[in-house]
Design a protein around this ligand. Sequence first.
Ligand code: ADP
Length: 501
Amino acid sequence: MSIRVLSVASEVTGLVKTGGLADVVAALPAAVTPHGIEMTTLIPGYPAVIAAVQASTAPAPVKRGRKPADPALHVWDSLLGEPARLIAGKLGDHPLLVLDCPALFGRDGGPYGDMGGKDWPDNWRRFAALGRAAADIAGGAVPGLGADVLHAHDWQAALAPAYLRFAPYGAPGARPIPSVMTIHNMAFQGHFGPEIFPRLGLPDRAWGVSGVEYHGGVGLLKAGMEAASTITTVSPTYALEIREARFGMGLEGLIQTRGPRVRGIVNGIDTAEWDSATDKALAANFTVRSLPRRAVNKRALETAFGLQSDDGPLFIVISRLTWQKGIDVLCECLDHLVGLGGRLALLGAGDAALAAELSRAAARHPGRIGLRIGYDEALSHAMQGGADAILVPSRFEPCGLTQLYGLAYGCVPVVARTGGLADTVVDANIAALAAGAATGIQFAGVDYAGLALAITRAIALYHDREAWAGVQRAGMRSDFSWRRSGAAYAALYRELLSETA
Ligand code: ADP
């Protein structure tokens, strides 16, 4: 029997994306379908989302003198005080639901803030509305829709399990449907003041340590973690790390309390989108059997970034420019990298001070360090398909996707030993090299000594051309697809249903 899952999130690749969360939300429906799961995805109706959905659904012909029929699947007169509609779209071959609420989502800027990057002051209400709508749909309060399991992603969707648990759905006294709360990054928790509590429409009993209250205010992610039947995060190592204060960021106690309920399931990548044999963003397509063709892409990359052409290693970084990603440590190591004959091409956006520091390094090393400050999906593909190695010096990394794209494209990942980076890259130590199992380089300690040593190791390995090609091939042959993770999520949904049966 197939199981209906409602997946709710604030972004999805193809429509709105700020990070890896969007990639995961987009890939999940296809990943779980082979395991008998029918997944519907609910996202907010930002202007770009509404425009895309309207463009893809032709309006029904309207008879003269009649008002066009409202294509809405459902209408809320008041969702957190605002009128809202639910409209249907498509996410590839899978159903999509869009919460159209112009007062909350119909604004220019990013999904979470204005053009200047300042958070919207009413984010609590915007994402409470998303959570409430998800609970209404999954809980059966929207005629014609429903779900067997609710799957909420990150703090923006985290009130959904709380509404399910505390608001009355179904027959009086009926148990709510099971829910999964997936944490894609513990650093973003959605904290707000206590004054919002009365406006959430939750009963008084939802206030308190086992409800939405967090240090005297309201914690959205915390509320979801308390209310959900189970918690997952996006790698087994991160699932263990967040039991400690350094990674749990205040919620480590709750993670420990929920103990075995916290599971780590590694993300996969979209292997149709990231296929080096067919990728249109590459100057030359290649496979594991035609690695030398990557040289064409390397030359194209040198031109695109204004780099000198030579036979030395070309490193890349594709990243948000933030403290989490260790970009400050990267800056410290750039003279070292160039001194050993390396070059760097970096694509990223974020912290202005880090961007300025990178620009200074590029000015010091013309032709050796090239920068592109901004967001460019096609360029990110071209970089993975042409560079020799990708640096990922994250201080913490719940899963990380760029190292997986690197593996798929023969761009050897050089990663900090944390979270999903530790779980997905096999360090090129002597034993792993001898066994042909090495796929990259791991280093401990995100500081100058740690990263500089990793760069030294990478450059030495690069000059052993046969060993390097072996590492590239092992990476390309490793399983970074959604196959295993899709099966793991499907098994989890079934397990939850059998517990509530
Ligand atoms: P996070 O979600 O923490 O930012 P991930 O590695 O999980 O990190 O996912 C980042 C995603 O965003 C990847 O798909 C990566 O290729 C992409 N990305 C990050 N920065 C850029 C950029 N400046 N241009 C294009 N793609 C980017």
